[in-house]
Design a protein around this ligand. Structure first.
Ligand SMILES: NC(=O)c1ccc[n+]([C@@H]2O[C@H](COP(=O)([O-])OP(=O)(O)OC[C@H]3O[C@@H](n4cnc5c(N)ncnc54)[C@H](O)[C@@H]3O)[C@@H](O)[C@H]2O)c1
Length: 320
């Protein structure tokens, strides 16, 4: 297949591009090197894909619909839309930017699909659409109507906008709700990266709350397997599809235990600066993954201990 990936230079996008290329697909990758973190890191993320003939890279903002349309020749079979302003805290400081990139930008991707007669979409939604009052483990059919951050609102809004395109134009769509993805190339703003970084550089790190917040961390390879299964599912389906599917690990870990595991792996005591829990933070995330198992045969292979070990190996190798 010819697959268009937005946000291809990011953490998940760059791994996904390599995986799809290795499976014989060709990839059109779009990214604007958003300043959320360094372009240098994103260029390194992209280097392997860039060395592949079946990869075409377009530096563009997803909101620039006209420019993107003018630069793509031929057509494509499926879009995996990952480009976004990611991160919950940024969305509270800059709600306008999150609304325009994540909602208006996504709308332009839907329009580009239409112009190229592409009817298959995988959209990166998030566990954050569930609110603090939602029952755990989170199930897709829960209403998820109490988002605690603007970021969550943008993801929920896109799930709804995607529904209207499914309804109007018979698209085939999966909205994957990713649960705290981690692994090599992790975004530097995320907790696991920050704790390892703090340990190895012996610098203090902010720790929010009482250590009893919890996350369902999902290793990158499991997420990639889920997405690839989603690609196959959409390819094989004859009819319009609209699905929301959790991709999590189905196990959560408390923050205090996460920090302890990182200290044990690195052999270094983390210098903590204890802070109050921030507005907009989820208390706990926990995925019910039965739907992913049933529809896609999804079966995460890495528990947090194995995943952290692999992350640690990568972190030591990049020499931070
Ligand atoms: N990492 C997680 O734990 C997690 C959890 C839930 C959902 N998600 C979602 O998955 C997707 C990928 O996340 P990630 O962790 O790889 O983030 P990332 O920041 O590493 O990747 C996102 C990429 O999108 C690009 N981008 C941002 N704005 C753009 C624009 N206007 N035009 C073109 N490109 C743009 C960025 O430059 C970046 O390379 C995001 O949509 C995110 O919201 C991630």
């Amino acid at each position: 297949m010819r697959i268009l990936i937005t946000g291809v230079a990011g953490f998940i996008g760059s791994h996904l591009s390599e995986k799809l290329l290795s499976e014989g697909h060709s990839v059109i990758g779009i990214d604007n090197f958003d300043i959320f973190y360094s372009k240098q890191i994103k260029l390194i993320n992209l280097s392997k894909s860039l060395s592949c003939n079946a990869f075409y890279f377009l530096e563009a903002d997803i909101q620039d619909e006209k420019f993107i349309k003018s630069k793509i020749t031929g057509t494509f079979d499926l879009v995996i839309h990952l480009a976004a302003k990611a991160g919950v805290m940024g969305s509270i400081k800059n709600p306008e930017e999150y609304i325009s990139t994540n909602i208006a930008g996504s709308l332009s991707i839907l329009n580009i699909m239409q112009a190229f007669c592409c009817d298959k979409l995988i959209f990166a939604s998030s566990s954050s659409v569930y609110g603090n009052g939602d029952k755990i483990p989170f199930k897709e059919e829960q209403k998820a109507n109490s988002p605690v951050s603007v970021y969550a609102v943008t993801k929920k809004s896109m799930e709804l906008l995607n529904y209207s395109y499914f309804n109007l134009y018979n698209y085939k769509i999966i909205n994957f709700r990713f649960f705290s993805v981690y692994g090599p190339r992790l975004r530097p703003d995320l907790a696991i990266y920050k704790f390892f970084d703090s340990a190895y550089k012996s610098k203090p790190v902010d720790v929010y709350g009482d250590g009893l917040t919890a996350r369902d961390y999902t290793y990158i390879e499991d997420i990639l397997d889920g997405i690839v299964a989603g690609v196959k599912f959409l390819k094989e389906s004859q009819n319009p599809i609209y699905e929301i599917i959790n991709l999590g690990n189905n196990q959560y870990i408390f923050l205090k235990d996460l920090i302890q595991q990182i200290e044990e792996l690195s052999g270094i005591k983390i210098i903590r600066k204890n802070q109050k829990l921030r507005e907009g933070e989820m208390i706990i995330t926990h995925a019910n993954i039965e739907k992913a198992q049933r529809l896609l045969g999804y079966n995460p292979k890495f528990n947090i201990t194995e995943g952290l070990k692999k992350f640690n190996e990568w972190y030591e190798k990049i020499g931070n």
